[in-house]
Design a protein around this ligand. Sequence first.
Ligand SMILES: Nc1nc2c(ncn2[C@@H]2O[C@H](COP(=O)(O)OP(=O)(O)OP(=O)(O)O)[C@@H](O)[C@H]2O)c(=O)[nH]1
Ligand SMILES: [Mg+2]
Length: 222
Amino acid sequence: MKIDIMQDMMNTNLHYAAENKAAFAANGIYAVNVLGSPGAGKTTLLETTFHYLQGKIKSAVVEGDLATARDAARIAACGVPVIQINTEGGCHLDAKMVAKTLGGFDLPKLDLMVIENVGNLVCPAAYDLGEHEKILVMSLTEGGDKPAKYPTAFLAAAAVVLNKFDLLPYIGVDAEKMKKEILDINPQIKIFETSCREGQVFGVDKFAEYLLQKAGKNSAKA
Ligand SMILES: Nc1nc2c(ncn2[C@@H]2O[C@H](COP(=O)(O)OP(=O)(O)OP(=O)(O)O)[C@@H](O)[C@H]2O)c(=O)[nH]1
Ligand SMILES: [Mg+2]
């Protein structure tokens, strides 16, 4: 007898993803699953974005990491409710892990749920967490060839944030070629160019505006 464990895992994931989706829909929450390599700047982008979203929208974050609550502490310092998941070695979040956190939030009060996935350019792309869209964060320092070499995340994402543009003069990456190769993989993907470096922040306002529009809100819930 053949037991297809992978298929079983994916079916279980879909079950919980549907539950999460229903919880987000019932509470009028727009949910995004933020993924990208370790150190691409996911948490820094969120910290900077929340600065722009302050007073305009009610957000919360689920943080995914193998170990520590360091990213959750950074998000909490922005005044945003956050729950940390430690995967203890797991290379991605699954929908059941996210489902377990939802009871810890005041969902009816929220407009936007951001799930920061475990730092990994491959595995998180395969798992539906019940989000409305995946957003990929890639640092220019990862190299201009990475979209073509790791296409699955670009295919799964609705938007990609190319981060660390402040470093462009130092790293010799052809950003225009990189963007073209991204659009060759996924012509529908929305591309943002950002720097989150303190004192050299740019592009994050446009990304924040995108989230505001997607969440369909210009003011906070009562
Ligand atoms: N120069 C520069 N550094 C940045 C930028 N964004 C983030 N960083 C730095 O990059 C490093 C990693 O940033 P994080 O935000 O922790 O990256 P992450 O993607 O959340 O990492 P993991 O959660 O571990 O996967 C930190 O030292 C940040 O200060 C940027 O736009 N420019
Ligand atoms: Mg992080």
